[in-house]
Design a binder for this molecule. Structure first.
Ligand code: PMP
Ligand code: GLN
Length: 385
């Protein structure tokens, strides 16, 4: 192939291939247990695959309407009202997206401009900042200090200025497993009162929350909801990460801007999957069972490794467990994670990748969305390190 002109300049100089791709590929190459990238090693309900097959066999194979199938948007509206009392109009305030990833990208692209600042708490999931960078806007990082990783609202107050356009929150949190409380939400509401600052609330782990806590969706707080994009993903709730279907909720004015980008970004998403979810949501209450399902897995995993040389972080939500290895090795976390994959045959995610600057922390993230047998096998390896 002839070489492209050297004048092509990367728009994302800080970005390489994501750690999730790298660690999953390494796990496959090394035949290691893969507790790195967050996805279940068990299948979704057979009812869901039946429904998607039925949708395909009955000719639901052409474009869905741009904002998503109306019956699915109606089911999402009902669920949001039932759970969080938030009222979202299916016609104008709900859009079905190609996973949460596309919803996040679209919401940022639709509302943030080059001169704006966006506040991001680190460690942070990796897909927010590249969208901000592509726009040419500035990310203002606020570091959450472990092992609690709580937001200090005084710090937030200090960095807010006239250029602040958006604050991104994520509860339950990837990678730390912390959750925001009702008080956190009230603090945020108070802080933003009287400003034009928008909120992007990533709630993809909304149903994976433990120990009797309730998920504090922005949809419960009308004064916050009126300035917010709420983003969720069916992939996490229904063990279908490969279907890549999520959704965005926002007041009509914001949703209008969101859809201007969405219609050119993707136009609409996979029709048969939407039809399957629409039917499934109207009959199943799997989301209510999910916390029990994953709490058992969290407890099994934690209990099986409690006597290991790793120190365990708290996991109040999400399907991630942080393990501190500072008593075991001086190695940098990326090197240690690669060595564990190659030598001990277990793959994890080094948490330094969730920060914008160099961090010295010696913490790995393990995903416990796995069969009990996989978790017990993983524990045996972890106990031997
Ligand atoms: N946000 C967070 C916090 C995530 O962990 C993930 C991925 N697991 C996403 C967004 C993206 O979700 P999706 O796979 O639906 O694009
Ligand atoms: N969200 C998943 C994780 O945190 C990864 C999804 C992806 O690979 N983009 O592991």
């Amino acid at each position: 192939m002839p070489k492209l002109s050297a004048s092509i300049k990367t728009k994302l100089p800080k970005v390489g291939t994501t750690i999730f791709t790298k660690m999953s590929a390494l796990a496959t190459q090394e035949k290691a247990l893969n507790l790195s990238q967050g996805f279940p090693d068990f299948d979704c309900s057979p009812k869901l695959t039946e429904l998607v097959t039925k949708a395909m066999n009955s000719g639901r194979n052409q474009y869905a309407p741009m904002p998503g199938l109306l019956n699915l948007r109606e089911a999402i509206a009902k669920k949001t009202e039932d759970l969080y009392t938030g009222i979202y109009h299916p016609e104008t305030e709900i859009t079905v997206t190609a996973g949460a990833t596309q919803a996040i990208f679209t919401a940022i692209l639709a509302t943030v401009a080059a001169e704006d600042e966006v506040i991001l708490f680190t460690p942070a999931y990796d897909c927010y900042e590249p969208a901000i960078d592509l726009i040419g806007a500035k990310t203002v990082h606020i570091e959450l200090k472990g092992p609690e990783y709580r937001i200090d609202w005084d710090n937030v107050k200090k960095v807010i200025n006239q250029r602040t356009k958006m604050i991104i929150i994520n509860t339950p949190h990837n990678p730390t497993g912390t959750i925001m409380t009702a008080q956190d939400m009230q603090m945020l509401e108070k802080l933003l009162h009287g400003s034009d600052i928008l909120v992007l609330s990533d709630e993809v782990y909304e149903h994976i929350i433990f120990d009797g806590y309730d998920h504090q969706s922005v949809a419960r707080f009308p004064k916050l909801a009126e300035r917010s994009f709420i983003i969720s993903s069916f992939g996490k709730t229904y063990h279908t990460t490969g279907w890549k279907i999520g959704y965005c909720l926002a007041p009509a004015e914001l949703m209008k801007e969101f859809r201007k980008v969405h219609q050119y970004n993707v136009f609409s998403v996979h029709t048969p999957s939407q039809q399957a979810y629409a039917e499934y949501l109207s009959t199943s209450n799997d989301h209510q069972e999910l916390r029990k399902f994953y709490q058992q897995k969290r407890n099994l995993f934690r209990n099986a490794i409690k006597d290991s040389r790793f120190q365990l972080g708290e996991t109040a939500g999400s399907y991630f467990q942080l393990l501190d290895y500072s008593k075991i090795s001086e190695e940098k976390d990326v090197d240690f994670a690669v060595r564990l994959t190659k030598e001990h045959k277990i793959a994890s995610i080094p948490t330094s990748v969730f920060y914008s600057k160099r961090v010295e922390g010696k913490v790995l993230r393990f995903c416990f969305a796995k069969k009990d047998a996989t978790l017990l096998q993983a524990a045996e390896i972890i106990n031997s390190i």
